[in-house]
Design a protein around this ligand. Structure first.
Ligand code: NAG
Length: 453
């Protein structure tokens, strides 16, 4: 029997989900499998360039219907304010007929999904296997998706929760309460996720045993499902795109390992005061720095939002940039010695892969737990102190950066040593490929109804 399968992918309409699904699709396609990727029409244009195997990965555009509350033309989470998420979920649910029709015609062997929990019913009807793909950390899945959580006690971990360090503290639970908000007609994200994880054939997680083994075991015990790990599935660097001269030349001016690079991902829009505190904190470190963030709310450029006199004071050693930058290549530049990050799951892996000292200022939900995983479980990073405050002070940011950058800092030396050891374990030759190979082999067995042991 031909072991090549045909998989459907149907992630939540947000780039933070669609992009890791597409990286996973590339890994399947590389092994000769076929993927049909279902997504809103407009997103296709934005993601096409990440498709490395256009012969094997075909995009299947979905038409997004008009939904009350959703602005015209909104198709993904980046098109809307966070408060409209529930309407976007309703729009996703309205594509059910299109998804079902595509499954009926193309008869996939597997369907990967996440927030659209009704995919498991379609899969059962048409004889496909359903795979819930968790594209964020297992640690955050354990604190937001397992049975028995209550909105009013999210900082009490569920029975059997495997860590005394990767925890939410006090008011941080507010950052997670959105899982109990409406998410589509009569649903919450929490309800959908627990249902999807209970009814799917297999759970897969974008992580590895070495870093999150105990969280994966916990999820497995909660849902009594086979759990398959893909590894971090980081895309190959594009060798045809070297670091832009603008940054290469600027960074070349500084001593080895002296520059602090700060990036908060493409999604985060800071309030103006948060943005200014960030800039002033970088100034206070006294080190050269490059900050790449979106302009703050209410400003059309970063320049417009900068503190009084800031540019004049830091012009010899600092840049604040409002556009996209090649993060992995900047982290790999010899002058860069410190990475200040929001600890989104992709950036978390990139920070581990780099040789930089790592400082986290998590902004939202899973970033908080990713940060605890790195800082308290792996002890490779530091977290900026913020007490009960919603955002940190410039002093606390500067203290955190100095604590890992000062030559004789004990903490700095400890995280540097631990980070180097973890990097050695995780990025030794072959480990990532082993994960992908084993994952794909398990899927081949699943499709052929061979028991997964
Ligand atoms: C700064 O850090 C201290 C602990 O070192 C903490 O008590 C305080 O709340 C922090 N301030 C802010 C604004 O985050």
């Amino acid at each position: 029997m031909d072991s090549k399968f045909h998989a459907f992918m149907f992630p939540w309409f947000a780039f933070g989900h669609m992009i890791p699904f597409l990286h996973l699709a590339n890994n399947l396609a590389e092994k000769g499998h076929r993927v049909t990727f279902l997504m809103p029409k407009k997103a296709q244009k934005q993601l096409e360039h990440l498709n490395r195997f256009p012969d094997n990965i075909v995009f299947h555009p979905l038409t997004i219907s008009r939904v009350d509350g959703l602005p015209d033309g909104a198709e993904t989470a980046s098109d809307i304010h966070f408060s409209l998420t529930s309407s976007l979920a309703s729009a996703m649910d309205l594509t059910r007929d299109q998804v079902e029709a595509a499954v009926r015609v193309k008869k996939p062997d597997l369907i990967f999904f996440d927030f659209a929990e009704w995919v498991t019913d379609i899969a059962k009807t048409y004889g496909a296997k359903s795979v819930y793909f968790i594209s964020f950390s297992a640690a955050s899945a354990c604190t937001s998706m397992v049975p028995g959580l209550r909105p009013d006690n999210l900082d009490v971990p569920p029975p059997g929760y495997p860590s005394s360090k990767v925890l939410l503290r006090g008011q941080e639970t507010n950052e997670f309460s959105f899982i109990f908000n409406p998410f589509g007609e009569g649903d919450t994200l929490y309800k959908r996720n627990t249902k999807g994880l209970t009814n799917c054939d297999v759970i897969s997680i974008r992580t590895c045993q070495e870093v999150e083994g105990k969280f994966c075991v916990f999820l497995k015990s909660q849902f009594q499902r086979k759990v398959l790990l893909t590894g971090p599935i980081l895309p190959e660097p594009d060798k045809t795109m070297p670091l832009e001269d603008r940054w290469n030349l600027w960074l070349n001016r500084f001593e080895q390992g002296s520059v602090v690079f700060c990036a908060l991902g493409s999604q985060i829009i800071l309030e103006k005061d948060q943005f200014q505190e960030l800039c002033l904190g970088m100034e206070l470190t006294g080190l050269p720095f490059l900050v790449a963030v979106q302009p703050p709310r209410g400003s059309s450029t970063v320049q417009e939002g900068l503190p009084e006199g800031f540019e004049e004071r830091i012009k010899e050693r600092g840049v604040v940039w409002g556009g996209w930058v090649q993060q992995p290549l900047i982290l790999a530049h010899p002058s860069v010695g410190c990475f200040v990050s929001h600890c989104g799951f992709g950036s978390m892996w990139e920070s581990l892969m780099s040789d930089c000292q790592i400082v986290f200022l998590p902004y939202f939900a899973d970033q908080i737990l990713n940060t605890r995983l790195m800082t308290e479980e792996l002890e490779v990073s530091v977290e900026v102190e913020r007490g009960e405050a919603r955002w940190f002070s410039k002093e606390n940011l500067s203290v955190a950066v100095r604590s890992v950058m000062d030559k004789d800092s004990e903490l700095g030396n400890r995280v540097r040593r631990n980070h180097a050891e973890w990097k050695e374990v995780l990025f030794r030759h072959g480990l990532m490929n082993d994960y992908v190979n084993k994952f794909v082999e398990a899927l081949e067995k699943l499709v052929q109804n061979i028991n997964l042991e």
